[in-house]
Design a protein around this ligand. Structure first.
Ligand SMILES: Cc1cc2nc3c(=O)[nH]c(=O)nc-3n(C[C@H](O)[C@H](O)[C@H](O)COP(=O)(O)OP(=O)(O)OC[C@H]3O[C@@H](n4cnc5c(N)ncnc54)[C@H](O)[C@@H]3O)c2cc1C
Length: 371
């Protein structure tokens, strides 16, 4: 049985481990932290098909959505196909949503235009000021807090899986016996194949291979509202999201009301994912220039609360704040894959869609390797 070594315990690495085991490989997965602590647990947990660009990106997202559904039926990760609502608060925003609902691939995306009374039938909690919403039935979500517990539990049931936390790889070698990584203590882990999934850690021994990679890092601010007793089913977005997602670039975005000063300065959109504990994960901001600040700024949270309070018609408070960094390709590729030696690749750069695409990205790697 051939062995695959996976570097990185984030969602990209863990999906590689998951699909490699299913394909009949032996898998050893190493992670420098005790458990994933980076982008993959700081995100919304959204599986966001709605905004993907027509063509290859949408096709990969739809494939990934189907794989998530399967993984969700096998592991306790809080997967649900809850759908999303992109909410229009003015008539001109609603007119742009109408265009979106008429896009040629609207059906593939599961788009449906809803007036306020129809939204309220689905989501009685949304009692504020809005005209209607674009529903996307293809969008889904997982619980980031459950994802790695659930996946690990499923992986560890397979005797061909080994999990090595607290292992920071500092060196890589390819020779006639295969691919090898070692840590600072000189412990080496070897395999026939190796997939490095370091997320935004474009550093250490990987820096040599990634010096000219078309990648950038992006810094985001996030938060969670204080839990409420009532439940919201759908994830939500505001129409600022239409400005950023490539699916909508041909719509009459100039008809949208001007973006607020704070949203424009921090390159914001509202995304909201309901959590099982009754809180909502909310965000986000985008900062592209390094070095990133160590500070969390308050203004964006006030903006997010204003938008949410106005859509729900009640007041929320932020209970938790955090930041996260992801790695994003800046060329036309959907993600970054670089073969650094025979049977050894680096896979990262999925950007703000990395959680969404992760199972399909892993499938592409694994099916390229012979058993
Ligand atoms: C705030 C935020 C919100 C987001 N929201 C969404 C969303 O809702 N939907 C979506 O689709 N995407 C979202 N994304 C993007 C998505 O989270 C990322 O694309 C994805 O998590 C990247 O996964 P990864 O495994 O490549 O990276 P990471 O999660 O960063 O994992 C990489 C892992 O590799 C480990 N590692 C690095 N170097 C070494 C080494 N030398 N040795 C051992 N281990 C090492 C790290 O410790 C880390 O655990 C969001 C990202 C952020 C930051």
């Amino acid at each position: 049985m051939k062995r695959i070594v996976v570097l990185g315990g984030g969602v990209i690495g863990t999906m590689h481990a998951y699909f490699a085991l299913k394909a009949g490989f032996e898998v050893v997965q190493v992670e420098r932290d005790p458990e994933a602590l980076s982008a993959s647990v700081r995100n919304f947990g959204l599986i966001w098909v709605s905004g993907r660009e027509t063509g290859a990106e949408l096709a990969l997202a739809i494939r990934a959505r189907a794989l998530w559904q399967k993984v969700g039926s096998e592991a306790n990760i809080g997967f649900r196909g809850n759908g999303s609502l992109t909410v229009a608060q003015t008539d001109s925003e609603f007119a742009v949503l109408q265009e979106a609902a008429a896009m040629p691939d609207a059906q593939e995306r599961g788009f449906e235009l809803l007036h306020k009374n129809e939204v309220q039938k689905l989501e009685p909690l949304l009692n504020g000021k809005y005209v209607g919403a674009l529903r996307c039935t293809q969008d889904g979500a997982v619980e980031p807090a459950m994802l790695f517990v659930g996946l690990r539990e499923a992986l560890l049931k397979n005797p061909n899986y080994t999990w090595i936390p607290n292992f920071e790889a500092v060196d890589f070698e390819n020779n006639e016996t295969g691919n090898h990584i070692s840590n600072a203590q000189g412990v080496t882990v070897s395999g026939d194949y190796m997939v490095h999934c370091p997320g935004a850690a474009h550093t250490g021994f990987l820096a040599d291979f990634m010096a000219d990679a078309p990648l950038r890092k992006v810094f985001l601010q996030m938060g969670a509202t204080i839990p409420i007793a009532e439940k919201l089913g759908h994830s939500l977005a505001d129409t600022d999201s239409l400005r950023y997602y490539p699916a909508f670039k041909k719509l009459s975005l100039d008809q949208l009301p001007p973006q607020s000063k704070v949203a424009s300065e921090h390159k914001m959109q509202l995304l909201l994912a309901p959590r099982f504990d009754g809180s909502f994960t909310i965000g986000d901001t985008h900062l592209y220039e390094e070095p990133f600040s160590h500070e969390i700024v308050e203004e964006p949270y006030k903006h997010l609360l204003d938008v949410i309070n106005s859509i729900f018609g009640r007041d929320f408070e932020v209970g938790k704040r955090w930041s996260g960094i992801y790695s994003q390709t800046i060329g036309g590729d959907l993600y970054y894959r670089n073969e650094i030696a025979p049977g050894a690749v680096i896979v990262t750069g999925g950007g703000g869609r990395g959680n969404t695409l992760s199972p399909a990205i892993a499938e592409e790697t694994i099916t390229s390797w012979e058993k």
